[in-house]
Write a protein that binds this ligand. Sequence first.
Ligand code: FPP
Length: 238
Amino acid sequence: MEEKNMNIPNHVAIILDGNGRWAKKRKMPRNYGHTQGSKVLEKICEEAYKIGIKYLTVYAFSTENWIRPKEEVDALMKLLRNYLSTSIKTSMKNNMKVRIIGDKSALPEDMQESIRKLEEATVNNSGLHFQVAINYGGRDEIIRAVKAISQDIKMNKMDINDIDVTVFERYLDTADIPDPDLLIRTSGEVRLSNFLLWQLAYTEFYFPEVLWPDFNKEELWKAVEYYNGRKRKFGGVS
Ligand code: FPP
């Protein structure tokens, strides 16, 4: 299939999997895989936008990841903290609009402050919309939305009969962001692991064997090619 004839997905979601195995294969600590994985992610953001992807959402740290060994959690937090505090410059240069999804209230205060600054600085950028899931879980997101709706009903800001799909979506972390067209999970694992449970209802799924730190432009094109080979269906209509 020729690249110019490709239908490019508007929103791609990625579960960045395989960092640990990639490092192990090289007899290196798992954290080396995460560091390499974050470098690859920066390149993929640029590539994705170049080929016409408008929204990219990645799973960086789940609500379940806290139970990993302390050393690994600390290293991941260090990587994310560093990304949050240093990426304003690159995001502005690349015209990227960044949003962090997940329960931010459970993150250390300095990270919350960096998130506020990064989101504020990039809010008017019109390039790639880049969503990073940190302390994110799909079930947790839905429960937080239900609590916020219940609160609004209690305060008489809303009536119970007003709740429908459109209203509910306004309470999710992804409010105003279109649902993903394509989900990629690298490393051959075929699971959702609590990622975007609501938003992936009609998404096409692609599970390549490649480990995340080996993902590159060619792999991204393979995913787009796969997407082009699928006939999308929304409730029976192609
Ligand atoms: C899964 O691989 C990966 C993670 C839990 C972390 C992913 C995070 C990053 C790549 C960093 C994101 C960074 C930025 C800057 C947003 P795994 O450790 O489960 O790998 P394994 O299955 O091979 O053990």
